[in-house]
Design a protein around this ligand. Structure first.
Ligand code: THU
Length: 139
């Protein structure tokens, strides 16, 4: 269980990262903050490209930053967008989060800080993960 205080900290950090988004094409800036089991938090923003398909979501930016610094276990991911309607991680990001956080909590926040949360399991049921490749029994 994550405290409300911790969730609010993550939402605040995600909103800060959103300010660094590079989203000139969609004009939909997104920020993310990922809490890893070490207690460290890594932030990220979406980074678009003139070759649109190469754009990277905020969540994956943050996850890859953490993993490339040695993190391996995601506890929670907060995503912050602009406007009243909180977003939700795209399918690609759900799968990337799943690799390192099958039990992670995903928090989606609107600009005013209001948020809702769901587990990765709720957003990506019956998901594929590394244990399948190892032939280990899964649940
Ligand atoms: N995007 C994210 O960064 N995270 C999400 O959860 C949804 C979508 C980005 C991708 C693209 O740069 C822009 O938002 C519009 O799809």
């Amino acid at each position: 269980m994550l405290s409300e205080e911790k969730i609010k900290e993550l939402v605040g950090l995600a909103a800060g990262a959103r300010e660094r988004a590079y989203a000139p094409y969609s004009k939909y800036p997104v920020g993310a903050a990922v809490l890893f089991a070490s207690g460290k938090i890594y932030t990220g923003c979406n980074i678009e490209n003139a070759s649109y398909g190469l754009s990277n979501c905020a969540e994956r930016t943050a996850v890859f930053k953490g993993v490339s610094e040695g993190e391996q276990e995601i506890v929670a991911v907060a995503v912050a967008v602009k406007g009243k309607t909180a977003g939700s991680p795209c399918g690609a990001c759900r799968q990337v989060i799943r690799e390192f956080g099958p039990k992670a909590l995903l928090i989606s926040a609107a600009e005013n800080g209001e948020y809702f949360s769901k587990t990765l399991e709720e957003l990506l049921p019956d998901s594929f993960g590394p244990e399948y490749l190892r032939g280990v029994e899964h649940i």
